[in-house]
Design a protein around this ligand. Structure first.
Ligand code: MN
Length: 324
Protein backbone atom coordinates (compact mmCIF):
# COMPACT_ATOMS: atom_id res chain seq x y z
CA UNK A 1 0.00 0.00 0.00
CA UNK A 2 1.45 3.33 -1.03
CA UNK A 3 0.97 6.02 1.56
CA UNK A 4 0.41 8.70 -1.06
CA UNK A 5 -0.05 8.99 -4.79
CA UNK A 6 1.87 12.26 -4.92
CA UNK A 7 5.37 11.88 -6.39
CA UNK A 8 7.80 11.94 -3.47
CA UNK A 9 11.56 12.47 -3.67
CA UNK A 10 13.86 12.10 -0.65
CA UNK A 11 17.11 14.07 -0.52
CA UNK A 12 18.83 12.68 2.59
CA UNK A 13 19.13 8.99 1.83
CA UNK A 14 22.36 7.31 2.82
CA UNK A 15 24.35 4.31 1.67
CA UNK A 16 27.82 2.92 2.21
CA UNK A 17 30.12 0.45 0.48
CA UNK A 18 32.15 -2.32 2.14
CA UNK A 19 35.36 -0.46 1.20
CA UNK A 20 34.29 2.76 2.92
CA UNK A 21 32.42 1.33 5.89
CA UNK A 22 35.41 1.86 8.19
CA UNK A 23 35.11 5.63 7.98
CA UNK A 24 31.88 5.37 9.96
CA UNK A 25 33.61 4.26 13.16
CA UNK A 26 33.08 7.69 14.74
CA UNK A 27 29.39 7.59 13.95
CA UNK A 28 29.15 4.02 15.16
CA UNK A 29 30.54 5.03 18.54
CA UNK A 30 27.53 7.25 19.24
CA UNK A 31 24.87 4.67 18.36
CA UNK A 32 23.61 1.75 20.39
CA UNK A 33 25.56 -1.27 19.01
CA UNK A 34 22.47 -3.17 17.84
CA UNK A 35 21.09 -0.02 16.12
CA UNK A 36 24.42 0.46 14.35
CA UNK A 37 24.45 -3.17 13.16
CA UNK A 38 20.98 -2.78 11.69
CA UNK A 39 21.80 0.62 10.12
CA UNK A 40 25.02 -0.78 8.63
CA UNK A 41 23.14 -3.67 7.04
CA UNK A 42 20.67 -1.25 5.46
CA UNK A 43 23.39 1.20 4.36
CA UNK A 44 25.18 -1.58 2.46
CA UNK A 45 21.95 -2.71 0.77
CA UNK A 46 21.55 -0.11 -1.96
CA UNK A 47 18.98 -1.68 -4.29
CA UNK A 48 17.40 -4.64 -2.44
CA UNK A 49 15.31 -4.18 0.66
CA UNK A 50 15.62 -0.41 0.18
CA UNK A 51 13.54 -0.48 -3.01
CA UNK A 52 10.88 -2.64 -1.37
CA UNK A 53 10.70 -0.20 1.53
CA UNK A 54 10.48 2.73 -0.86
CA UNK A 55 7.55 1.03 -2.58
CA UNK A 56 5.83 0.36 0.74
CA UNK A 57 6.38 3.92 1.97
CA UNK A 58 5.42 5.63 -1.29
CA UNK A 59 8.89 7.07 -1.79
CA UNK A 60 9.41 7.29 -5.54
CA UNK A 61 13.02 8.42 -5.60
CA UNK A 62 15.99 8.66 -3.28
CA UNK A 63 18.85 11.04 -3.96
CA UNK A 64 21.61 8.86 -2.54
CA UNK A 65 24.61 10.08 -0.55
CA UNK A 66 27.55 8.34 1.11
CA UNK A 67 26.94 7.98 4.84
CA UNK A 68 28.56 10.46 7.26
CA UNK A 69 31.43 11.17 7.64
CA UNK A 70 32.38 9.36 4.42
CA UNK A 71 35.71 10.03 2.81
CA UNK A 72 36.06 13.27 4.75
CA UNK A 73 37.40 11.09 7.55
CA UNK A 74 40.37 10.15 5.32
CA UNK A 75 43.62 11.81 6.42
CA UNK A 76 45.56 11.19 3.18
CA UNK A 77 44.42 13.59 0.43
CA UNK A 78 45.55 11.28 -2.38
CA UNK A 79 43.56 8.38 -0.93
CA UNK A 80 40.53 10.68 -0.53
CA UNK A 81 40.75 11.70 -4.20
CA UNK A 82 40.86 8.06 -5.34
CA UNK A 83 38.09 6.94 -2.96
CA UNK A 84 35.79 9.79 -4.04
CA UNK A 85 36.21 8.95 -7.72
CA UNK A 86 35.56 5.25 -7.05
CA UNK A 87 32.44 5.75 -4.96
CA UNK A 88 31.03 8.35 -7.36
CA UNK A 89 31.54 5.91 -10.23
CA UNK A 90 29.78 3.21 -8.23
CA UNK A 91 26.88 5.52 -7.38
CA UNK A 92 26.55 6.57 -11.01
CA UNK A 93 26.23 2.90 -11.92
CA UNK A 94 23.39 2.41 -9.43
CA UNK A 95 21.59 5.46 -10.84
CA UNK A 96 22.06 4.21 -14.42
CA UNK A 97 20.43 0.90 -13.47
CA UNK A 98 17.50 2.58 -11.69
CA UNK A 99 17.08 6.03 -13.22
CA UNK A 100 13.48 6.35 -12.05
CA UNK A 101 14.27 5.45 -8.45
CA UNK A 102 17.69 6.89 -7.67
CA UNK A 103 19.73 10.02 -8.23
CA UNK A 104 22.99 10.92 -6.53
CA UNK A 105 24.94 13.51 -4.58
CA UNK A 106 28.68 13.19 -5.17
CA UNK A 107 31.30 12.70 -2.47
CA UNK A 108 34.07 15.29 -2.66
CA UNK A 109 37.73 14.90 -1.62
CA UNK A 110 37.83 18.32 0.08
CA UNK A 111 41.24 17.41 1.52
CA UNK A 112 42.49 18.54 -1.91
CA UNK A 113 40.39 21.59 -2.89
CA UNK A 114 41.45 21.69 -6.56
CA UNK A 115 40.81 17.98 -6.97
CA UNK A 116 37.45 18.38 -5.20
CA UNK A 117 36.37 21.07 -7.65
CA UNK A 118 37.39 18.83 -10.55
CA UNK A 119 35.58 15.85 -9.07
CA UNK A 120 32.44 17.93 -8.61
CA UNK A 121 32.63 18.95 -12.24
CA UNK A 122 33.19 15.38 -13.42
CA UNK A 123 30.44 14.06 -11.17
CA UNK A 124 27.88 16.52 -12.50
CA UNK A 125 28.82 16.75 -16.16
CA UNK A 126 29.93 13.15 -16.79
CA UNK A 127 28.18 11.09 -14.11
CA UNK A 128 24.91 13.02 -13.85
CA UNK A 129 25.14 13.81 -10.11
CA UNK A 130 22.77 16.48 -8.83
CA UNK A 131 25.26 18.20 -6.53
CA UNK A 132 27.43 17.02 -3.67
CA UNK A 133 26.95 16.16 -0.03
CA UNK A 134 29.55 17.39 2.44
CA UNK A 135 29.78 15.97 5.97
CA UNK A 136 30.66 18.88 8.25
CA UNK A 137 34.37 19.75 8.48
CA UNK A 138 37.11 18.05 6.50
CA UNK A 139 40.03 17.41 8.85
CA UNK A 140 39.10 20.63 10.68
CA UNK A 141 38.53 22.71 7.54
CA UNK A 142 35.10 24.32 7.08
CA UNK A 143 33.35 25.42 3.90
CA UNK A 144 34.17 29.11 4.45
CA UNK A 145 37.89 28.31 4.22
CA UNK A 146 39.42 30.48 1.46
CA UNK A 147 41.04 27.38 -0.07
CA UNK A 148 37.59 25.93 -0.71
CA UNK A 149 36.36 28.93 -2.71
CA UNK A 150 37.34 26.96 -5.81
CA UNK A 151 34.70 24.37 -4.94
CA UNK A 152 31.99 27.01 -4.42
CA UNK A 153 32.99 28.65 -7.68
CA UNK A 154 32.48 25.36 -9.51
CA UNK A 155 29.19 24.61 -7.73
CA UNK A 156 27.81 28.01 -8.65
CA UNK A 157 28.94 27.67 -12.26
CA UNK A 158 27.38 24.19 -12.50
CA UNK A 159 24.26 25.50 -10.69
CA UNK A 160 24.20 22.57 -8.25
CA UNK A 161 23.72 22.66 -4.47
CA UNK A 162 26.09 21.49 -1.75
CA UNK A 163 24.24 19.55 0.94
CA UNK A 164 25.86 20.25 4.32
CA UNK A 165 25.29 17.18 6.48
CA UNK A 166 26.44 16.79 10.11
CA UNK A 167 29.28 14.66 11.46
CA UNK A 168 31.19 14.54 14.72
CA UNK A 169 32.99 17.80 15.46
CA UNK A 170 36.73 18.32 15.70
CA UNK A 171 36.49 18.17 19.48
CA UNK A 172 33.80 18.24 22.10
CA UNK A 173 32.54 21.76 22.94
CA UNK A 174 33.34 22.59 26.56
CA UNK A 175 29.69 23.00 27.49
CA UNK A 176 28.90 19.36 26.71
CA UNK A 177 32.14 17.80 27.92
CA UNK A 178 31.34 14.90 30.21
CA UNK A 179 27.96 14.52 28.50
CA UNK A 180 28.50 12.03 25.67
CA UNK A 181 24.72 11.67 25.41
CA UNK A 182 24.63 15.21 23.96
CA UNK A 183 27.21 14.40 21.26
CA UNK A 184 25.55 13.30 18.03
CA UNK A 185 22.34 13.81 16.06
CA UNK A 186 20.24 14.46 19.16
CA UNK A 187 22.00 17.75 19.87
CA UNK A 188 25.61 18.65 18.98
CA UNK A 189 25.38 17.75 15.28
CA UNK A 190 22.57 20.25 14.78
CA UNK A 191 24.20 23.16 16.59
CA UNK A 192 27.53 22.52 14.86
CA UNK A 193 25.91 22.37 11.42
CA UNK A 194 23.92 25.56 12.00
CA UNK A 195 27.17 27.22 13.11
CA UNK A 196 28.90 25.92 10.00
CA UNK A 197 26.24 27.53 7.81
CA UNK A 198 26.66 30.84 9.68
CA UNK A 199 30.43 30.61 9.14
CA UNK A 200 29.67 30.50 5.41
CA UNK A 201 27.40 33.55 5.69
CA UNK A 202 29.79 35.69 7.74
CA UNK A 203 32.84 34.21 6.02
CA UNK A 204 31.61 35.77 2.77
CA UNK A 205 30.92 32.60 0.76
CA UNK A 206 27.55 33.85 -0.47
CA UNK A 207 28.84 37.37 -1.09
CA UNK A 208 31.58 35.90 -3.29
CA UNK A 209 29.12 33.48 -4.95
CA UNK A 210 25.61 35.00 -4.74
CA UNK A 211 24.17 32.13 -6.79
CA UNK A 212 25.58 29.40 -4.51
CA UNK A 213 23.02 27.03 -3.02
CA UNK A 214 23.42 25.22 0.29
CA UNK A 215 21.09 22.50 1.55
CA UNK A 216 20.66 21.73 5.23
CA UNK A 217 18.76 18.72 6.56
CA UNK A 218 16.82 18.32 9.77
CA UNK A 219 14.39 21.17 9.02
CA UNK A 220 17.24 23.64 8.70
CA UNK A 221 19.07 22.66 11.90
CA UNK A 222 17.04 25.21 13.92
CA UNK A 223 17.91 28.24 11.77
CA UNK A 224 14.36 29.11 10.57
CA UNK A 225 13.32 29.50 14.21
CA UNK A 226 16.00 32.10 15.00
CA UNK A 227 15.90 34.17 11.80
CA UNK A 228 14.49 37.36 13.31
CA UNK A 229 16.91 37.23 16.23
CA UNK A 230 19.89 36.79 13.90
CA UNK A 231 19.02 40.10 12.26
CA UNK A 232 18.15 42.05 15.37
CA UNK A 233 21.24 40.96 17.33
CA UNK A 234 23.50 41.35 14.29
CA UNK A 235 22.43 44.96 13.97
CA UNK A 236 22.70 45.59 17.71
CA UNK A 237 25.99 43.85 18.49
CA UNK A 238 28.09 43.96 15.34
CA UNK A 239 31.36 45.75 16.02
CA UNK A 240 33.71 43.37 14.28
CA UNK A 241 34.00 45.32 11.07
CA UNK A 242 32.25 42.60 9.07
CA UNK A 243 30.06 43.77 6.21
CA UNK A 244 27.37 41.61 4.67
CA UNK A 245 26.59 42.54 1.07
CA UNK A 246 22.96 41.62 1.58
CA UNK A 247 22.76 43.55 4.87
CA UNK A 248 21.04 41.10 7.20
CA UNK A 249 21.89 37.45 7.94
CA UNK A 250 18.30 36.42 7.18
CA UNK A 251 18.76 37.48 3.56
CA UNK A 252 21.21 34.59 3.11
CA UNK A 253 18.68 32.15 4.54
CA UNK A 254 16.20 33.45 1.97
CA UNK A 255 18.57 33.53 -1.01
CA UNK A 256 21.15 30.77 -0.57
CA UNK A 257 19.62 28.23 1.81
CA UNK A 258 17.37 25.27 1.08
CA UNK A 259 16.33 22.84 3.79
CA UNK A 260 14.99 19.32 3.95
CA UNK A 261 12.57 17.73 6.37
CA UNK A 262 14.97 14.83 7.03
CA UNK A 263 14.74 13.39 10.51
CA UNK A 264 12.01 15.78 11.63
CA UNK A 265 8.44 14.45 11.50
CA UNK A 266 6.71 17.18 13.47
CA UNK A 267 4.31 19.85 12.26
CA UNK A 268 5.37 22.86 14.41
CA UNK A 269 8.93 23.11 13.01
CA UNK A 270 7.63 22.48 9.49
CA UNK A 271 5.09 25.31 9.84
CA UNK A 272 7.81 27.57 11.27
CA UNK A 273 10.09 26.79 8.31
CA UNK A 274 7.24 27.42 5.85
CA UNK A 275 6.51 30.82 7.40
CA UNK A 276 10.18 31.77 7.76
CA UNK A 277 11.61 30.57 4.42
CA UNK A 278 8.56 30.09 2.23
CA UNK A 279 7.37 26.93 0.44
CA UNK A 280 9.93 27.08 -2.38
CA UNK A 281 12.87 26.40 -0.03
CA UNK A 282 11.73 23.21 1.69
CA UNK A 283 12.32 19.74 0.28
CA UNK A 284 11.58 16.26 1.53
CA UNK A 285 14.10 13.83 3.02
CA UNK A 286 13.90 10.81 5.29
CA UNK A 287 17.43 10.33 6.75
CA UNK A 288 17.29 6.63 5.86
CA UNK A 289 18.31 4.27 7.41
CA UNK A 290 18.41 6.16 10.68
CA UNK A 291 14.75 7.11 10.40
CA UNK A 292 11.80 5.09 9.21
CA UNK A 293 10.79 5.87 5.62
CA UNK A 294 7.07 5.28 6.12
CA UNK A 295 6.98 7.53 9.20
CA UNK A 296 8.46 10.32 7.08
CA UNK A 297 6.18 9.88 4.06
CA UNK A 298 3.10 9.60 6.29
CA UNK A 299 4.14 12.79 8.08
CA UNK A 300 4.43 14.63 4.79
CA UNK A 301 1.12 13.23 3.51
CA UNK A 302 -0.77 14.27 6.65
CA UNK A 303 1.00 17.52 7.65
CA UNK A 304 -1.42 20.45 8.11
CA UNK A 305 -0.25 22.38 5.03
CA UNK A 306 -1.87 23.29 1.71
CA UNK A 307 -1.84 20.80 -1.14
CA UNK A 308 0.16 23.30 -3.20
CA UNK A 309 2.88 23.47 -0.52
CA UNK A 310 2.79 19.67 -0.07
CA UNK A 311 3.43 19.21 -3.80
CA UNK A 312 6.37 21.62 -3.68
CA UNK A 313 7.96 19.88 -0.68
CA UNK A 314 7.18 16.42 -1.98
CA UNK A 315 8.67 16.76 -5.46
CA UNK A 316 8.30 20.09 -7.31
CA UNK A 317 11.13 21.87 -5.48
CA UNK A 318 13.46 18.87 -5.89
CA UNK A 319 12.64 18.64 -9.59
CA UNK A 320 13.55 22.28 -10.02
CA UNK A 321 16.60 22.49 -7.73
CA UNK A 322 18.15 19.20 -8.88
CA UNK A 323 16.85 19.10 -12.45
CA UNK A 324 15.08 15.77 -11.90
MN1 MN B 1 21.61 11.96 7.65
Amino acid sequence: MRATAMRTIGLEEHFVTPELEGYGAGSASILQPEKWREASRRLLDITGERLAEMDAAGLDMQVLSLNSPGIQAETDPAVAVAQAAAVNDLLAGVVREHPERFAGFAALPLQDPQAAAKELDRSVTELGMRGALVNAHTQGRYLDDPQLRVVWERAEALDVPLYLHPANGVGTPHVIEGHPELVGPMWSWGTETASHFLRCVFGGVFDDFPGAKLLLGHMGEGLPYVMWRLDSRWEYHNHHGIELARGNPSEYLRHNLYITTSGVCSAPPLLCALLALGPDRILFGTDYPFEDMATATEFLASAPISEADRAKISHLNAEQLLGL
